[in-house]
Design a binder for this molecule. Structure first.
Ligand SMILES: Nc1nc2c(c(=O)[nH]1)N[C@H]1C(S)=C(S)[C@@H](COP(=O)(O)O)O[C@H]1N2
Ligand SMILES: [Mo]
Length: 201
């Protein structure tokens, strides 16, 4: 265990769990968007799962909040090399949505898409098994618009570009379809522990 900060800010304790090539951003949380932050209210927000599923459906803000709530406490890692330790997000596990729509046995991948048009692709296995969330709270407060509020995808075990802000839905597929950054040279999976930054890494 290391205490990496002394007198400035609160002491930060962690388990040396920094993926290769990353640095600890401390209390900073950089905003990284390829898009203008949308003016999207909870009433306008919806989340849809369709494609290769038994029962495609959409959830309103209230319907999504009626699902069992779930918290992620842990770290996040951006491909631009900052990591943030011990963050706390609240929302609903993607498993709760997927168990309603029931992906076909042939399903292998998803494309996550935002209300702004951003897309990112993920293996289905990376968004099931308690490893992905629709998150609307950060540190017990509503997620701010620049960080993806009212709600964003959260897939913290992969580089943070996979965590689509202003999440609108998931399309379930039986093949991989490259999203925005993945079409622009970034890695299809983006596992920070294997430093999968660019295609070919
Ligand atoms: N809709 C949308 N989601 C997005 C992005 C974006 O431009 N648009 N940028 C991605 C990238 S590259 C990163 S690193 C994280 C940044 O999230 P943050 O601004 O909350 O730190 O959001 C990801 N999700
Ligand atoms: Mo990023």
């Amino acid at each position: 265990m290391n205490v990496t900060r002394g007198f400035t800010g609160r002491p930060r304790v962690h388990n040396e769990a920094l993926p290769p090539g990353q640095y600890d951003a401390g209390d900073d949380w950089p905003v990284l968007s390829a898009e203008v932050t949308p003016d999207l209210t909870p009433a306008e927000w919806s989340f849809r799962v369709d494609g290769l599923v038994e029962e495609p459906r959409s959830w309103t803000w209230d319907e999504a909040h009626a699902l069992p709530q779930s918290v992620y406490e842990g770290d996040i890692h951006c491909v631009t090399s900052w990591s943030k330790f011990g963050v706390r997000f609240g929302g609903v596990s993607l498993d709760a949505f997927l168990s309603v729509v029931r992906p076909h046995v042939s399903a292998t991948h998803v494309v996550a898409y935002s209300h702004t048009g951003y897309t990112t692709n993920l293996p289905l296995a990376d968004v099931t098994g308690g490893r992905a969330w629709i998150a609307w709270e950060y540190d017990g407060r509503p997620l701010t618009p620049e960080h993806g509020g009212p709600a964003r995808l959260l897939v913290p075990h992969l580089y943070f570009w996979k965590s689509a802000k202003w999440i609108a839905g998931l399309r379930v597929l039986d093949h991989e379809e490259a999203g925005f950054w993945e079409q622009n040279g970034y890695h299809a999976r983006g596992n920070p522990w294997e430093e999968q930054r660019y295609s070919g890494d």
